[in-house]
Ligand binder design. Structure first.
Ligand code: MN
Ligand code: MN
Length: 478
């Protein structure tokens, strides 16, 4: 955890800092508070609980021609199931989440349908009545991405080519077997990563030419800046799978500088001169695959200490921390309904171009209505089920469902929420091409403006306004 003094220095140096600073000067925060508290207050309400399970009964439900619900999880949750939904549809009950087509017959769908896709997208099939207008697609999924499979593992990616809204960030999902290597390489983009499962050894070279070697496991992060060479190798017992996040939507895993590819395309007499060895000693280079290895199978490496010693040489190891343990970090914010860990340059200094929030929302909980001032949000769903409505301004709003492996994008400054619609914890990442995480909360705004002004805008009494979550108050019990 960073020290209070570094936070205070930081506060005067960046836009996030200005936000925190304004809270200092308005007396909302005491400078003596711990960095964790400072960051907590800076991000507002974060996660709100579901106020009543009754609200869930008013969710839009996918119905088939017989007016019976399609979504299995929600049917189980409701218990009352089809009858309840049918009644809600038939009466056109004026509930907040009333579907657009209040008449079950109007919403029926007797024609061809990709049933599995439809079941995974109940809020698309039967949208909330508040959804309106044409908006760009903000949903995508690794589960519909081509896998490049080689001996030693595979990769798949989502770039701006596949997902036009994903301009600032490209994502790659990769698996390596035990011993499988993502070849020594670098690229023209910064690489942030989260280990999703298993174990790996990562290596890198810092800007002083010093070596970094570390073993990473589930929930560990790493960041390799643009141009710094690195490698990843799966370890026992079953290799690993991880998510890579690049600070450029145009990044492609097919366009990286591979050590074998480059060297293989350099004349032997030049290589021999460069390395000060004979040409006959380097003929093995030209036996490598003509376009590089990319991913290939190797034996399990030796111990971490052996590799570190060998890589350090006379220079010694790099002082730069290219990896970060998310598990060993206390939540930046925690309520009865979830917890958030913010990782950016404030606690992971090497990650200058990518800021992250790792979010856990308990069933029924809500990542509150909010927006981000400094960057587009790129989301990756790790576990559970969610729905998100993005408000695109000018009366345009759209709701989409998200499951593990899905990706969402919210353009900079657009209002949105993320709601856990499943029965397990929802876990997802909020990623930004930025040095710092920033957000503002609707509730925070509404409780820090003249109440009469807010009241007259929204037709909400000042008495009700006083019941809204207040700045840095723990958000209502679940
Ligand atoms: Mn890389
Ligand atoms: Mn967000």
């Amino acid at each position: 955890m960073i020290g209070a003094s570094s936070v205070e220095v930081f506060c005067f140096q960046s836009a996030v800092g200005q936000n925190l600073f304004s809270k200092f000067v308005t007396g909302n925060l005491r400078p003596a508070q711990s960095p964790a508290r400072v960051m907590t207050a800076g991000v507002g309400g974060w996660i709100a609980p579901l106020r009543s399970l009754m609200r869930r009964e008013s969710y839009p439900m996918a119905v088939n021609a017989n007016n019976s619900p399609i979504h299995k999880d929600r049917r189980a949750f409701l218990g009352a199931g089809a009858a309840l939904v049918t009644a809600a549809l038939a009466t056109g009950d004026a509930l907040a989440q009333e579907p657009q087509k209040a008449d079950g017959r109007s919403a029926s769908d007797a024609g061809p349908e990709n049933q599995k896709v439809r079941e995974a997208n109940p809020n698309t099939f039967l949208p909330p009545s508040t959804d309106h207008g044409e908006v760009p697609e903000f949903w995508n999924s690794f589960s519909t991405s081509h896998r490049r499979i080689q001996q030693g593992g595979w990769s798949r990616q989502i770039t701006v080519q596949d997902f036009p809204l994903s301009k600032e960030i490209a994502g790659v999902n990769m698996r390596l077997t035990a011993g499988g290597v993502r070849e020594l390489h670098w690229h023209n983009a910064g690489e942030w990563a989260l280990m999703l499962s298993g174990n790996a050894r990562i290596t890198a070279l810092d800007n002083d030419g010093k070596a970094f070697v570390a073993d990473v496991s589930k929930d560990d992060l790493w960041y390799f800046p643009t141009g710094n060479p690195h490698s990843i190798q799966g370890l026992q017992p079953d290799g690993c799978e991880f998510l890579l996040v690049f600070d450029d939507g145009k990044f492609s895993e097919a366009d990286t500088t591979l050590i074998s590819d480059w060297v293989r395309h350099t004349p032997a007499e030049v290589l021999a001169k460069n390395w000060g060895v004979s040409e006959s000693a380097i003929q093995g280079v030209y036996a490598q695959p003509p376009d590089g290895h990319y991913i290939f199978q190797l034996p399990i490496p030796g111990t971490l200490e052996q590799d570190r010693r060998a890589a350090a040489g006379a220079k010694g190891l790099s002082p730069v921390k290219f990896s970060f343990s998310l598990r060993s970090m206390a939540p930046t914010f925690k309520t009865g309904s979830g917890e958030v860990r913010v990782v950016d340059t404030r606690n992971f200094p090497v990650s200058t171009t990518i800021a992250a929030a790792h979010v856990v929302v308990k069933p029924g909980g809500l990542r509150e209505l909010h927006w981000h001032q400094n960057a587009d949000e790129w989301q990756y769903y790790i576990q559970g089920q969610a729905r998100m409505t993005v408000f695109f301004n000018g009366s345009k709003a759209r709701t989409a469902d998200f499951n593990a492996g899905d990706v969402g994008v919210v353009p900079k400054t657009l209002g949105h929420y993320v709601e856990n619609t499943g029965t397990t914890d929802l876990i997802f990442l909020e990623m930004f091409k930025a040095d710092c995480f920033m957000d503002l909360s609707l509730s925070d705004w509404m409780t820090h403006a003249p109440p009469s002004l807010i009241s007259q805008h929204l037709g909400i009494s000042e008495e009700v306004l006083r019941r809204l979550p207040q700045d840095k108050a723990p958000i209502m019990p679940a």
